[in-house]
Design a protein around this ligand. Structure first.
Ligand SMILES: O=C(O)CCC(=O)C(=O)O
Ligand SMILES: [Fe+2]
Length: 691
């Protein structure tokens, strides 16, 4: 494997965020470059398994020294403060939640602190070297990541410059001592946040930290889905108590904002927070001592992803090729001059030191055609718009289904594809890709971000796709112009729809149709894997008019389809040719009036990909109706807001009005045998599962 194949292989699947990255060799001090990079790229952090005693002995000593130091009287502690704007030495948080001793390269007061500083710096620099390897940056390059650091060799200790010098090192280790309290109060939580220790990202290139004295208390939100809820649906369920997964020899490695800035968010900064005591038992435990080390750039280093000597990165990250620039000086990042940390396209929604609160909003990107805004695309949290569009493009070209794929429109093609062992159509190949050792269950339940999902599809199941680089059709159009319109449902409409949904839909126990297929579907619904296969036709006359759906219908254009997607669910597809006989099966005005609808127009051959990270449908070539809607527990169960869920339920309710038999008939009238249809659905499911 050459370097780029290794890179692709490592990135193909997001690793389990809490799996540990082993040290390759204690002498070279390198982690597995690709594994470390894959963790940081996909999740923003990694647990790195250090050889015993690399940092753990130094950590134990430093903790002992910390206890002794913080037990000193206040005056003696304060005497170590440098003052004059420097954060070196002692400081106490205003709300009394914690105190800190900040160690710099020049600090010599507590020798044990310095020893740990040196050990962690060596680890952090080894990690940077690994990331350079991953990015294909020549060692020693002036335009690499290591060149951003201060020039002092690890452990050298000859750096004496202060913060104000241009080339000063900003690198520091903080020895944090969290005060024990009887119970956590609201005020404690807000004073932690006020001192920068609420949900935040670090300003570092990398932060490296051993486990704290309590072996608990540091929470990390894996990069995707950003801010989503977890199994129990609570807002904080996405946080991982990372120390519980570490051994005493491990270190946690966080990507920081400087690294994100230097790589255009290829390595996103890790959102994390110290967890304060929540229960009396926790409060009764010993105070928590933690020692995070922040490998920061030199104050005068320019963080500019466009200048990084990594063609590999430039080809992967669209923002780098764009005209935009995010270059900033490290010292400006550190001080958040002009709110620079909020200005990055990938950062609008994230919190960081400086009191900016983490918000969950998605970014909406306008889609412009001929100077006119024709739609907007909602980009999931944590994915920069550029990244998203780039991913979509790449996805589009990777997703062209081969000519032997779906929907060539005739029974012959169906039959050929159905034949196992034949040349293999789309789903035959998809099936093979799956059989080749993919772990459906595990992957299926991972919450994918858009870019991860796209990468997965493109990289994991290449056998299922043939690239059609030259094609101008499909995705490029979908993304470039013309296609996606998102509108919002009013709260009232959502509530009404939710009530309607609760009263009628998908309550299979009330359904006295005991058709076997219905039962199967009910079973799938219970296990969260329901397929919705719905067909909705507009009236023959329609230039379907509604404020929400602009459906520029051309009856002669059989290539037009309308897909209505809600959240991550494709709710309906519609052949605008109006040739189908069963338009009456749908209450079109009601449907059209649902201004919650997210409407996408796509053409046969297009893949409809919904912001949120889920492949929903591949619209078949020719006359074949081929659309699969898939409800995902990951999308709805873990990250949907109540409002999204209500909207989705409303559309499912609507779908229910279109009886199964009618749907089946609709398929048939479009020349797709039910068998074929189901194969198609199965194929998409396989793709889902295997990617
Ligand atoms: O106390 C900890 O474990 C983390 C502290 C932290 O996130 C920081 O100082 O940036
Ligand atoms: Fe931090």
């Amino acid at each position: 494997m050459d370097a780029s194949e290794r890179r692709d292989a490592a990135l193909a699947r997001p690793p389990d965020p809490t799996s540990r990255v082993p040290l390759l060799s204690p002498t070279s001090l390198g982690w597995d470059p690709e594994r470390l990079a894959a963790h940081l790229h996909h999740h923003s952090f990694a647990i790195a398994q250090a050889p015993s005693s690399l940092a753990s002995d130094a950590t134990t000593d430093a903790r002992d020294a910390a206890r002794a130091f913080f037990a000193r009287d206040a005056a003696s502690k304060r005497a170590t403060s440098r003052g004059g704007g420097s954060s070196e030495g002692y400081s106490a948080a205003e709300g009394g939640t914690h105190e800190c001793f900040e160690v710099r390269a020049s600090t010599s007061e507590v020798p044990s602190f310095r020893r740990l500083y040196d050990a962690l710096e060596a680890i952090a620099r080894a990690c940077v070297a690994d990331l350079e390897t991953h990015l294909g940056i020549p060692r020693g390059s002036d335009d690499g990541l290591a060149a951003l650091l201060d020039r002092r060799a690890a452990g050298g200790g000859d750096e004496t410059a202060g913060d104000d010098d241009d080339d000063a090192s900003l690198t520091a280790m903080r020895v944090l001592h969290y005060r024990r309290r009887d119970a956590l109060t609201e005020a404690d939580a807000s004073s932690l946040a006020a001192s920068g220790l609420g949900d935040h990202t670090d300003s570092s290139i990398l932060t490296v930290a051993p486990r704290s004295s309590l072996r608990a208390g540091l929470e990390v939100a894996p990069y995707a889905p950003r801010g989503g809820g977890g199994e129990n649906g609570s807002a904080s369920a996405g946080w991982i108590d990372v120390e519980a997964r570490m051994t005493d020899d491990d270190v946690i490695v966080f990507a920081g904002d400087a690294l994100a800035a230097a790589t255009w968010n290829y390595f996103p900064a890790a959102l994390h927070r110290p967890r304060v005591e929540r229960t009396r038992e926790e409060a009764a435990a010993a105070p928590r001592v933690s020692c995070p080390f922040f490998l920061r750039p030199r104050a005068d280093a320019a963080l500019d992803a466009k200048a990084l000597a990594s063609p590999a990165l430039a080809s992967r990250v669209a923002g780098i090729a764009s005209g935009a620039t995010t270059a900033c000086l490290a010292i400006d990042l550190e001080r958040n001059a002009d709110d620079v940390r909020r200005s990055w396209p990938w950062r609008s929604e994230r919190g960081f030191y400086g009191g900016v609160v983490f918000a969950e909003e998605e970014v909406v990107v306008d889609v412009v055609d001929g100077g006119k805004v024709v739609g907007s695309v909602r980009v999931p949290n944590g994915v920069s718009p550029e990244e998203f569009i780039e991913q979509s493009r790449r996805f589009a070209s990777g997703m062209r289904i081969g000519v032997d794929g779906v929907g060539t429109g005739g029974g012959d093609a169906d039959a050929a594809d159905a034949e196992e062992g034949g040349d293999g159509g789309f789903w035959t190949r998809a099936k093979r890709a799956t059989a080749a050792g993919t772990d459906r269950k595990r992957l299926h339940h991972l919450p994918w971000s858009a870019d991860e999902y796209v990468k997965c599809v493109a990289l994991n199941a290449p056998a299922a796709f043939t690239a059609d680089e030259g094609s101008d059709r499909g995705w490029r159009e979908l993304v470039d112009h013309d296609v996606v319109t998102l509108t919002d449902m009013s709260a009232d409409a959502a509530a009404a729809a939710a009530a309607a949904a609760a009263a009628s839909v998908f309550d299979d126990s009330d359904d006295d149709d005991d058709d076997k297929e219905e039962e199967d579907e009910a079973g799938r619904e219970k296990s969260g894997e329901l397929h919705e296969i719905i067909r909705v036709d507009p009236p023959a006359s329609a230039t379907a008019s509604s404020s929400a759906i602009t459906f520029d219908d051309d009856a002669s254009d059989r290539a037009r389809w309308l897909c209505v997607v809600e959240g991550s669910v494709l709710c309906a597809t519609c052949d605008s040719s109006a040739a189908a006989a069963d338009a009456s099966s749908v209450d079109w005005p009601t449907f059209a009036a649902m201004d919650s609808s997210r409407v996408a127009r796509a053409r046969p051959g297009d893949a409809v990909f919904v912001p949120g990270g889920h492949l929903l449908a591949l619209v078949a070539e020719g006359d074949a109706v081929a659309t699969v809607a898939r409800r995902t527990t990951t999308a709805l169960g873990s990250s949907a807001s109540a409002r999204d869920a209500a909207r989705s339920a409303a559309l499912r309710a609507h779908a229910r009005t279109c009886a199964r038999e009618e749907r089946r008939a609709a398929m048939l009238t479009c020349g797709v045998s039910l068998e074929r249809w189901e194969k198609y659905a199965e194929a998409v499911e396989l793709l889902w599962a295997c990617n």
